[in-house]
Write a protein that binds this ligand. Structure first.
Ligand SMILES: Nc1ncnc2c1ncn2[C@@H]1O[C@H](COP(=O)(O)OP(=O)(O)O[C@H]2O[C@H](CO)[C@@H](O)[C@H](O)[C@H]2O)[C@@H](O)[C@H]1O
Length: 468
């Protein structure tokens, strides 16, 4: 099959979070199954663009209301990612350093989708499926189904994967004229809650919907930032497919970003060396258990509770633990986490910002990874942590529930029920106790490194789903 993945992110071209990881891996594993998966994404001004070779495959003009803009589509020449990568260049709109966060993001991602459809519309053949990821590509199913200019494309199945229903990309009806001409009677398919809502529109118009874990699919029909009833109605065409991880990128035995590489046999000495190097950099004590949090510092991840959780844990343990945070997000949370350094230096440190290499080093050097998420559609961090022998401490929700079983239930992680200071504190206490049991710690580390979270199974599940 020929599969077109449309996405705002794709690792290592441009990554803000887990969406980038998924789109950077899934197509590669689909190709391994004998298919022909491609990624089409915006050409941002990133290091990847400067360091790789491209050829131009399309030159044309796009139109967004009164704005006519030149479009150039590049193909990466050497298949460096294991799949065909196409980058859509729109000067002044997409060629910026950041992926998101501009005032004209609505215009940027709509122009991107229009440019892609104009391009595909000119192909002599048609792809077998267009797979859209999150709201940035959410108007594509509506446009292929309804826009007069894209009539040729209306038999191509469209799939929406919801990586996170919290973000929906809403904008006002005053921008309706951005969307190429369509039958006005179909306009209702664009809206939800008084606005044009790209995620809602994709939920209505896509031929199939997937969420990134089965538990998240169950949860969103009663908690989805306003889309609950819509998702409940569209359950019949929805399916939960648990994300995998890219075992080639995330392999402690091959990972060049680590201080020391290791495998299941050398996990003890390997993790010890990585922990020692990390502790030296961050002024922590390598003899004490090292807890970490890696991720976006936002309420959804429970990050607002971290300062209080850490104050309690560091105080109650009387300095018996280390904590290291890597993340960025809400300014207030960043400041509070930074502020703790002055009180708990020697046991606590932070890196506020985004640092891919450091994330690998922390997964390898930490003992425990905290994920007290309020919402977690799948979560990749817990799977990376396990692959690197780090024990996850997670809230039982979404994909965390589907991937981590509590030690008390014969499993290998520490689970808690609520995103609360008390629940997480209690879980940290349990982890502290576990850390004293060296034999059990060794057993669990070895076990979690062998768990199979590779993409092979999920890649096939998507292929099955495309056979509509
Ligand atoms: N400061 C930082 N420095 C370096 N690396 C950092 C970082 N902050 C985060 N990361 C990395 O970003 C990724 C985060 O992935 P997640 O899946 O946990 O969350 P995210 O909420 O972004 O993704 C959404 O989409 C994914 C994919 O479907 C779902 O798993 C998830 O539940 C959903 O919320 C990991 O690779 C992590 O290491």
């Amino acid at each position: 099959m020929e599969i077109i993945h449309l996405s705002a992110e794709c690792y290592p071209v441009a990554k803000v979070g887990g969406l980038g990881d998924v789109v950077g891996a899934l197509p590669k594993y689909q190709n391994k199954l004998g298919h022909f998966a491609k990624v089409v994404m915006p050409a941002y001004d990133t290091k990847f663009m400067r360091e790789n070779e491209f050829e131009v495959v399309y030159d044309g003009w796009g139109k967004l209301a009164d704005l006519n803009f030149p479009v150039r589509i590049f193909r990466e020449k050497t298949n460096v990612l294991g799949f065909d990568l196409f980058l859509v260049h729109i000067a002044g709109l997409l060629d910026r350093p950041k992926v998101y966060g501009y005032d004209d993001d609505v215009e940027r991602f709509l122009a991107f989708q229009i440019a892609v459809l104009d391009w595909i519309n000119q192909w002599e053949h048609q792809p077998d499926v267009i797979h859209c990821h999150d709201h940035h590509t959410g108007l594509t199913p509506f446009m292929t189904a309804n826009c007069f200019g894209y009539r040729r494309l209306n038999q191509i199945p469209t799939i929406l994967t919801i990586h996170n229903a919290q973000y929906q990309g809403q904008f006002g009806w005053d921008k309706l004229n951005y969307i190429p001409e369509f039958d006005p009677w179909k306009g209702g398919q664009l809206g939800w809650g008084g606005a044009i809502n790209p995620l809602a529109s994709a939920i209505k118009c896509a031929w199939r919907i997937t969420t990134v874990s089965p538990s998240y699919l169950d949860e969103i029909s009663h908690k989805a930032n306003g889309l609950e009833s819509l998702l409940a109605t569209e359950q019949y065409k929805s399916r939960g497919i648990l994300n995998g991880i890219d075992n080639e990128v995330w392999d402690p035995a091959q990972d060049e970003m680590l201080y020391k590489r290791f495998n299941g046999k050398t996990v003890e000495s390997g993790k010890k060396a990585n922990k020692a190097a990390l502790c030296a950099v961050f002024n922590l004590d390598p003899e004490k258990p090292l807890f970490t949090f890696i991720g976006r510092l936002v309420g959804e991840k429970g990050a607002d509770l971290l300062p209080e959780i850490f104050i309690n844990a560091l105080s109650y343990s009387q300095g018996g633990i280390n904590i290291l945070v890597l993340g960025s997000g809400e300014k207030e949370v960043e400041d509070r986490l930074e502020g703790l350094k002055q009180y708990f230096g020697g046991n606590y440190n932070t890196y506020i910002g985004y640092n891919e290499q450091l994330s690998h080093q922390i997964y390898a050097g930490a003992d425990f990874l905290l994920m007290p998420s309020r919402v977690e559609p799948c979560g990749l961090n817990q799977m990376y942590a396990m692959r690197y022998g780090t024990i996850p401490i997670v809230r039982r929700i979404g994909g965390l529930k589907d991937t981590v079983t509590d030690i008390g239930d014969g499993g290998f992680g520490i689970c808690h029920d609520q995103t609360s200071v008390g629940d997480v504190g209690h879980a940290i206490g349990r982890a502290y106790g576990l850390f004293q049991d060296t034999k059990k710690m060794k057993e669990i580390k070895k076990l979690i490194m062998t768990l199979d979270h590779s993409w092979d199974r999920a890649a096939q599940q998507y292929i099955d789903l495309y056979q509509i």
